[in-house]
Design a protein around this ligand. Structure first.
Ligand code: FAD
Length: 397
């Protein structure tokens, strides 16, 4: 017989959005269960080793870095800076904050464990959901289940919509953002910021691909400095045609690249074994259909919304093919507004969503999917779910 629990709000998915949604709801007084299928929180920022926070800062880089969203996005930024020692840096026309996946994992643990009304269920997969006639939900997770009156989907794949039969948006395969694999090498005798190393690396990879020593996928490999001395991160896009084998594709590439680097670059001769991401990096799958669907025009033109609850600042960054990222910047040097309606189901009462599965077009998602914005939409969904319960309680009293 499965154990059954009852809380006010269940959050499904413990990535950037889920952490902020659950902590924000708990801080407003709700009892919350956060369900995460892996053994740690942080989603792409820990499991896939994405090592830069984008979308945290005001888009006007003629000013010093200024936080775009208050509350949890600002707290996480502050904690990350204190723990890693990294400061915001200008990357092209935007500011970013280098972060470290291990540090982010400890921040997520600290923020969630500080809330006594928040219970985190790790290693727990949500395998089914039912909505009852009184509009409450039961979430099934194998041996246990939990009932609640409001549900926040931060699974990044809109899995709740799948279970409840609500409309999900997807993108045709030829336009879907490419997945990637990230790994790191430690004990390296140079910095990834070294421009001449980057040029030598690009050239050597081309030669190695021509000589069939490396897979063609290695051609787009990008490297990035770590906040830890002597460590470098490598990111390689994966072959979308082999979607079911992304993780093994990534592992194989990382091992090939490590051997290649040790062979070709004396600075890598003492490099550690690769630290492999536990998950492939997935940029895009399914999104919810909300009460409003955010568009690229809204972001680029700066549409004003009466129900704005968060700000987007990252340009539209499309990585649909091997030609690399294509950026479209906002016309105005101010943050773009995200309305609450993009986080509220148009079809099912009591369902909210945030992060990568919000109601947005393919192009708009290419801006709002970055972690800084996911923190902000997560926080907003947490607040909205508590408000929904509070208003409902008052009207039914
Ligand atoms: C290669 C790559 C590079 C990127 N680079 C950057 C960058 O430099 N800067 C930046 O800010 N952003 C970057 N991004 C984007 C960013 O990392 C993600 O869009 C963002 O982390 C999404 O956050 P999220 O909370 O919506 O989802 P996720 O971080 O994906 O979290 C979703 C969580 O839900 C859990 N989950 C899913 N289904 C279930 C289930 N059934 N039961 C229980 N749990 C479930 C998952 O395990 C996961 O932990 C990058 C993404 C990729 C893939």
């Amino acid at each position: 017989m499965p154990e059954t629990y009852a809380v006010d709000i269940v959050v499904i998915g413990g990535g950037s959005a889920g952490i902020c949604a659950s902590v924000a709801a708990a801080r407003k007084g709700a009892s919350v269960v956060l369900i995460e299928r892996w053994d740690k929180l942080g989603g792409m920022g820990t499991l896939a080793m994405v090592q830069t926070f984008c979308g945290l800062y005001h888009p006007d880089v003629s000013l010093p870095p200024q936080l775009a969203n208050p509350g949890l996005p600002a707290e996480i930024e502050q904690l990350s800076r204190e723990r890693t020692g990294a400061e915001p840096v200008k990357m092209g026309k935007v500011y970013v904050l280098p972060q470290h996946p291990d540090v982010f994992a400890s921040i997520t643990q600290e923020l969630t464990s500080a809330e006594s009304s928040l219970d985190v269920w790790l290693n727990t997969s949500c395998t089914g959901i039912a909505q009852h006639p009184d509009e409450s939900f039961t979430i099934y997770c194998g041996e246990r289940s939990v009932t609640c009156r409001a549900l926040i989907d931060t699974s990044a794949d809109a899995i709740v919509a799948g279970f409840l039969g609500a409309t999900r948006y997807s993108t045709p395969p030829e336009k879907t953002q490419r997945a990637a694999f990230i790994f790191s090498l430690q004990n390296v005798g140079l910095s990834a910021a070294d421009e001449s190393f980057r040029m030598r690396l690009a050239l050597e990879i081309v030669h190695a691909v021509e000589a069939k020593e490396l897979s063609r996928l290695a051609l787009g490999t990008a490297c990035r400095a770590s906040t830890k001395h002597g460590e470098i991160f490598f990111t390689t896009d994966l072959d979308p045609a082999e979607a079911t084998e992304l993780l093994s594709q990534g592992h194989l590439l990382a091992i090939q690249l490590t051997e290649f680097l040790r062979r070709k670059f004396p600075e890598f001769s003492e490099a550690s074994e690769p630290q492999l991401a536990a998950q492939p990096g997935i940029r895009e799958t399914f999104r919810w259909k909300g009460c409003y669907t955010l568009t690229a025009e809204d972001l680029i033109e700066g549409t004003a919304f009466p129900d704005a609850i968060a700000f987007a600042t990252w340009p539209i960054e499309l990585r649909e093919n091997t030609k690399g990222p294509r950026f479209t910047y906002f016309n105005q040097p101010v943050p773009a507004q995200i309305p609450l309606r993009t986080l509220v189901s148009a079809e099912i009462n009591g369902v909210f969503f945030a992060g990568r599965c919000i109601s947005a077009t393919h192009e708009a998602l290419a801006s709002v999917r970055v972690m800084g914005t996911c923190f902000a939409t997560g926080q907003a969904a947490g607040h909205a779910a508590v408000d929904y319960l509070t208003v409902d309680k008052i009207t039914s009293a």
